[in-house]
Design a protein around this ligand. Structure first.
Ligand SMILES: Cc1cc2nc3c(=O)[nH]c(=O)nc-3n(C[C@H](O)[C@H](O)[C@H](O)COP(=O)(O)O)c2cc1C
Length: 319
């Protein structure tokens, strides 16, 4: 089946977002078997050979077919960091093509060569952006969809309000539009769709699931946090990102005196040994809606019920 048809058949218009040091094959398998898109960053494995092993594990897991009650498997996706300081880009892209990974989520750079390689086997490229200018560049490179990362998102969040971002992105393109940021419930997925998104990329909510690779302490801190506990700062990794303030304090750091020096080196920042993401925990402002650590399948079932309920309520309001 073509990846575009797999998108049409999703049980819920959701991508379980790729998250550095958090998403691996188990969450991808569980998400896809629940009928949504599952994704991991290739850099979550230390080497390209390790990445190949994870892809094989996912392919094996998906051979089990969808969960009972789910019509169709969701497609799996990987995240590639397209930046000159990422030495893994070329070998990881080669493996991605060999394994015909249905969806590739690109971050930082949108390169025509990457898009061409993924299109060669019918795969789709969705590109992360935080501004309209970045979206224009990505569309010029031929990507199939834009992931608009809004203010308050986990990871390298943007600063635009989601309504403003969606509106301006939709004015730019009819291609697949994905909202990323602060969506933790099925009702919020429905709100994003009503506001103009085709899909929603949900990150922070999936950190607190059984299959995520986050530590038990990280998951528990999420269930205790609220939006006011999230700080947006360039001081941890050199790029603006969202972190839970308690984890910064627990690591013995004080944002008031902390300086991050030197140019951006994605190869170093996104290495599995990176202290920034391993010891200081990222989450978005959607944390306040997260109070448990369910299995991924249970979470997707719950979100589907909330999504249906929200759409029913909206329809009932129609005059
Ligand atoms: C811990 C963490 C790590 C992340 N790592 C990546 C990454 O490696 N690549 C990427 O494209 N996005 C990454 N993101 C962003 C997510 O893919 C997604 O866009 C974001 O989490 C959505 O916002 P939300 O967390 O508010 O749901 C990360 C987010 C978090 C919370």
């Amino acid at each position: 089946m073509l990846p575009s048809d797999m998108i049409k058949g999703l049980s819920l218009p959701v991508i379980a977002a790729p998250m550095f040091l958090v998403s691996g094959p188990e969450i991808v398998i569980a998400a896809c078997r629940s009928g949504v898109v599952g994704a991991f960053p290739t850099l979550n494995q230390r080497t390209t050979d390790g990445y190949v092993q994870w892809l094989e594990q996912v392919e094996e897991g998906l051979a089990l077919g969808p969960e009972p009650g789910v019509k169709q498997l969701g497609p799996h996706a990987v995240n590639l960091i397209v930046h000159k300081t990422n030495p893994r880009l070329e070998p990881d892209l080669k493996v991605t093509v060999e394994h015909r990974v249905p969806i590739v989520i690109t971050s930082l750079g949108a390169a025509k060569e990457v898009v061409g390689a993924v299109h060669s086997y019918g795969g789709l490229v969705f590109h992360d952006v935080v501004s309209i200018r970045q979206a224009e560049k990505a569309l010029a490179a031929g990507v199939d969809g834009i992931i608009g990362v809004c203010a308050g998102a986990g990871g390298h969040a943007g600063t635009m309000n989601p309504f403003a971002l969606l509106y301006e992105l939709r004015r730019l393109t009819d291609k697949t539009l994905i909202l990323a940021g602060v969506v933790s419930t099925g009702a919020q997925v429905a709100a994003a769709i009503v506001a103009g998104a085709d899909l929603v990329s949900v990150g922070t909510r999936f950190i607190a699931t059984r299959e995520s690779m986050a530590s038990a302490a990280y998951k528990e801190m999420i269930t205790r946090s609220s939006a006011a506990d999230i700080v947006y700062t360039p001081k941890i990794s050199g790029v603006n990102a969202s972190f839970i303030s308690q984890s910064i304090t627990d690591a013995g750091l004080d944002l008031a005196t902390l300086q991050h020096e030197g140019p951006i080196d994605m190869g170093a920042e996104l290495s599995v040994d990176s202290k920034a993401w391993r010891d200081i925990w990222s989450a978005g402002q959607g944390v306040g809606a997260i109070r448990d650590i369910p299995a991924t399948a249970e979470l997707v079932r719950r979100m589907r019920a909330e999504y249906g309920g929200a759409l029913d309520r909206a329809l009932a309001l129609r005059k």
